[in-house]
Write a protein that binds this ligand. Structure first.
Ligand code: GDP
Length: 296
């Protein structure tokens, strides 16, 4: 994760730290390199511009340049800027409602939506001791409902029995009823994946959201798709009230542009990151820790 960016920034700041006194030109030259490093990491251009402008303004201040450790001060300013870019605070699931709390999962096909549904269910079960029901509303992709059932068995969580021929809104209603009758704390609705942002499936998703009134609508996006992931998130957030984003395949993402641009471009927090194919390969997203990791 962020390996290349981390290497590049490491090089820039080693040079700065190595010098006792700093002049404004030194900081500006370093910031030009930071700008290039962020663009190479596939961070969205407006996000890079705003970041570099803000950070440069703070870093060329007299207090910084005249301090005993100007290099370190500049690194601290960059660290704070990155933390802010990543969303500042940890954003947890908000399930504080009378049960069942409903989590609706949306995203493009192949983004890792079904796997992530099971990952979150397992986490809620194991960490928070919640009784979780999962239901697949994906009637388009053959075997999507079976895939969720298999994952349910694997993590020992209930899945809604499959009824052939039922449409998504009907399945959502049935799932809601089953959760109430059987006393589930959380209901997870795995909606149909789509190949691209397509209006018919968007309308279906909105109809399900209207019926289920979920506490959380989580968009699952593949971090390897970089700025596309951010555009997808922007599109979805214009259609439904997303509560957050889950970035999958962070384990293979050496650049990290999606993670770095997501918050600024969409205004939505990253709630979790997928870091592998295994069901427990899911982590909470800690902006401060991630910024620290980037800066080594
Ligand atoms: P869906 O079509 O969006 O429901 O996607 P799936 O959940 O079926 O996932 C597609 C593939 O991505 C599967 O092979 C998953 O194991 C894999 N996958 C999902 N999340 C991650 C992740 O965080 N890291 C890695 N390496 N693979 C993942």
């Amino acid at each position: 994760m962020f390996d290349k960016l981390s290497d590049r920034l490491g090089g820039v700041f080693d040079k700065l730290r190595g010098r006792g006194a700093l002049k404004e030109e030194d900081v500006r030259a370093a910031m030009r390199e930071v700008r290039i490093a962020l663009l190479e990491a596939d961070v969205a251009l407006p996000v890079v511009r705003e970041f570099v402008e803000k950070v440069t303004e703070k870093a060329v201040g007299q207090a910084v340049l005249k301090s005993v450790t100007p290099g370190q001060q500049v690194v601290k300013i960059v660290n704070d800027g990155l933390t802010e870019m990543l969303g500042s605070e940890v954003s947890e699931l908000d399930l504080a409602v009378a049960p069942p709390a409903i989590i609706m999962m949306v995203g493009l096909q192949g983004s890792g939506k079904t796997t992530t549904t099971a990952k979150i269910a397992k986490r809620l079960k194991d960490k928070d001791n919640k009784k979780v029901l999962m239901a697949s509303l994906d009637v388009n992709r053959p075997a999507a409902q079976e895939q969720l059932a298999v994952l349910g068995e694997q993590i020992d969580a209930a899945t809604l029995p499959i009824v052939e021929g039922q449409q998504p809104v009907e399945i959502a209603k049935r799932a809601l009823q089953a959760s109430k009758l059987q006393g589930f704390d959380v209901l997870m609705l795995d909606t149909a994946g789509r190949l691209h942002v397509d209006q018919q499936l968007m309308d279906e998703m909105k109809a399900v959201a209207d019926v289920a009134t979920p506490q959380e609508i989580l968009l699952v996006v593949d971090s390897l798709t970089g700025q596309d992931a951010v555009n997808v998130a922007k599109n979805f957030s214009e259609q439904v009230d997303l509560s957050g984003v889950v970035l999958t395949r962070m384990d293979g993402d050496a650049r990290g542009g999606a993670a770095l641009s997501m918050r600024s471009v969409t205004g939505k927090p990253i709630k979790f990151v997928g870091v592998g194919e295994k069901i427990d390969a899911l982590e909470e997203f800690h902006p401060e820790r991630v910024a620290g990791r980037i800066l080594g």
